[in-house]
Design a protein around this ligand. Sequence first.
Ligand code: DX5
Ligand code: ZN
Length: 259
Amino acid sequence: MFTFRAPTLLSLTLTSTTASPTYPKTRPHCSACNNTNKMPIQAKIGPSILNADLANLAAESQKLLDNGADYLHLDVMDGEFVPNLTFGHPMVKCLRNHIKEAFFETHMMVQNPEQWITPMADAGVNLYTFHVEPVKDVCNVTRQIQEAGMKVGLAIKPGTPVNVIEKYIDVADLVLVMTVEPGFGGQSFMGDMMPKVEWLRTNYPNLDIEVDGGVGPKTIDCCAKAGANWIVSGTAVVGAADQREVISELRNVVKGYLN
Ligand code: DX5
Ligand code: ZN
C-alpha cells in the first residue's frame, strides 16, 4: 500500500480525449510517513495466459517465467461482467501448487469482486485487481482485499474516465487502464486510452500503472511514453517464437522511459 497521500481532490471529468492535466506534478507526503525515499517504480512484464493452452497451464506459466516474466496476469471472467468465461480460484490454487514463488495477479472481470476475495487469497494470489464499474462501495472492497493479505489493483474499462477512481488511488497499489474492452485476448490496442495513463503518471509519479489489451512490440512505445510501467501482454508474448526476446524488448522500452 502506498504511504503517500494524493493532493486535495479537485473535480475533473477526464475522457479519453481530454487535454493535458493541470494538477500538481508531485504528490505531497502524508504527515505520518515523512518518507521521501520511496522505491522508484520499476518495469514489470506480466504475460496474460488467457490465450495460452489452458490445459497445460502450469507448464505454459513456468515457460513464461523461465523466459523472464516478472509476474503472471491471470484473467478471471464470470460470463456476466464480460461476455466470456475463464476460470476461478480452484484453478488458481492448483496453479499455485505447481508454481510456488511467482507473483500472481488476478484480473477480476467479474460482477461481484467482493465474493472472490477470500478464496483468491487462499489460492495464493498476490495482487487482486478488480473493475470498479459494478462496485458500489470500492473502499469496502479494497479494505477487504488488504485484510486478506493481498495488494489492491483498481481497473477501469475504456469507457470509464479516470476521475472515477481518483479518490481511491491513495489506497491502491496499482491502477489498470484497459486498452481493449475486457473479455477477449487478441484485440486491437486502443491508443486513445493513453491520456488516462499520462494523467495518472503526471499526478502520481510513484504509482504502478498497468496497461492491458493489445500490448506488444508494436504498441509498447506509446504505453511506456505515457507512463505505464506494468505491462500485460497476451498473444504477443504467448504466441511468440522467442518469448524471452519479446519480454526483454517490452521491458527495455519501458525502462528507457523510466530512466
Ligand atoms: C482481456 C484481458 C487481457 C488479454 C490480453 O480482457 O484482460 O489480459 O488477455 O491479451 P492480448 O495481449 O492478446 O490483448
Ligand atoms: Zn487482463
